[in-house]
Design a protein around this ligand. Structure first.
Ligand code: ZN
Length: 75
């Protein structure tokens, strides 16, 4: 199950949100604040560790391998 990791900018707690929940507004599970920031989830990427390496945008579609989802209509 894909997870996104968020950090609350108010209480500084970290929490994970299931991908299917991203259509909803994400709020902190600790304090309920909407002031949250999505972190890069390490396991979502074949992360390189090398500096300057391009990373596949997380906004890409999981249903197609394209970097742009303008063609696949998944939204
Ligand atoms: Zn919070």
């Amino acid at each position: 199950m894909p997870l996104y990791e968020y950090r609350c900018l108010d209480c500084n707690s970290k929490f994970e949100v299931l991908l299917k929940d991203l259509s909803k507004e994400v709020v902190c599970k600790n304090c309920g604040s909407k002031n949250v920031k999505r972190l890069i989830s390490a396991f979502s990427f074949a992360s390189t560790g090398d500096s300057g390496v391009k990373v596949t945008p997380s906004s890409g579609c999981s249903a197609c391998s394209s970097k742009s989802c303008s063609a696949c209509g998944t939204s």
